[in-house]
Design a protein around this ligand. Structure first.
Ligand code: C5P
Length: 315
């Protein structure tokens, strides 16, 4: 029997890039937030050995370069299990979109293999397997609102933000994350003496999170959403990738502007893009904004953020 798992996407609410470390990775600070858009990953365990990947989207690799493949090999070994793992990916999220789809697919594979074998890894072992495959896999072992540090793999659950209506625009531009980091490094060479980004990140994230997560009195959820989004703008939360990615692809900056004009209280590139999202205080304007972008020829979907409890209940 195939075990099917929803593989939810994430957005980054603020992303600050620090120095490149000797490992080649950059220090990061970000707030990840899981959202309701998802792929479907299903796993069937059969006789024999090896991994098999099926996906209708030709851009998804079927070999060991696929994150699901790498995860399946590791999880079977860690659980000392034998058999052939057949993975089917029903792709609904963009490939290379900044929504963490490939990372989420791999974590969904881990959870599906565990369910198929009726065995579970220790949480620490799960995290190790995830972090080894990529910097933004571990967040999907937490879900909801998550603080990301280290190279993005050091994740800490934050109190959940209230569910927020949103629009995700997925322009047909593929942005390579390593190339975006390299462009960032080149740009930094011209910014000698700039204040430490991690200090700035910590201040901005503190200003936002301290207000939004602890200081807001319980009220109608619409009011809470509105206050939270205003705080986000006031604290100046930014995604550093916008500097380099918008320079390279000015049409993405325009998508952000369209979202803002359509009523988004806060709009941003997600990760290194190309997905651009807008957060709204209510559902109706989000739906209207998605319709407006679609009429302009930009693929867009109205959706909402997913709390930790919703994430685990709907996997
Ligand atoms: O960890 P992940 O596989 O997502 O990283 C892909 C590439 O992005 C890395 O090989 C590295 O070039 C770059 N990266 C980075 N700093 C990070 C995360 C990723 O430079 N914190």
């Amino acid at each position: 029997m195939p075990i099917a798992v929803r593989s939810f996407a994430k957005i980054n609410v603020g992303l600050y890039i620090g120095e490149r470390r000797p490992s080649g990775f950059h220090a990061l600070r970000t707030v990840y937030q899981t959202i309701a858009l998802h792929d479907l990953v299903s796993v069937t365990l059969g006789r024999g050995a090896g991994i098999e990947i099926h996906c209708a989207d030709p851009r998804v690799p079927r070999d060991e370069s696929n994150t699901c493949w790498r995860m399946a090999v590791r999880v079977m070994k860690a659980l000392r299990a034998r058999g052939r793992v057949v993975i089917r990916i029903d792709k609904r999220l963009p490939v290379q979109g900044g929504l963490g789809a490939a990372s989420s697919n791999a974590v969904a594979t881990l959870l599906a293999v565990e369910r198929a074998l009726k065995k579970r890894l220790h949480p620490e072992q799960r995290w190790e397997l995830a972090a080894e495959i990529g910097s933004d896999l571990p967040l999907f072992l937490v879900g909801g609102t998550v603080l990301g540090a280290g190279r993005g793999e050091a994740v800490f659950p934050l109190p959940d933000l209230p569910p927020l209506p949103m629009v995700v625009a997925t322009p047909t531009v593929a942005v390579s994350t390593p190339a975006a980091f390299e462009a960032w490094d080149r740009a930094q060479l011209t910014l000698a003496g700039a204040p430490s980004r991690m200090d700035r990140a910590s201040r901005a994230l503190f200003a936002w999170l301290a207000g939004s997560l602890s200081g807001v009195p319980a009220g109608k959820s619409g009011d809470r959403a509105e206050t939270l989004l205003l705080d986000l703008v006031r604290a100046g939360i930014e995604n550093d990738f916008e500097d380099v990615v918008f320079h390279e692809h000015p049409e993405l900056r325009e998508v952000k502007r369209v979202l803002e004009r359509a009523g988004a209280k806060y709009a941003s590139l997600s990760g290194s893009g190309s997905a651009v999202y807008g957060l709204f205080a209510a559902r109706r304007p989000a739906q209207e904004a998605a319709a407006r972008l679609t009429r302009q020829g930009i693929a867009a979907q109205a959706t909402r953020t997913l709390t930790r409890a919703e994430y685990w209940a709907n996997l």
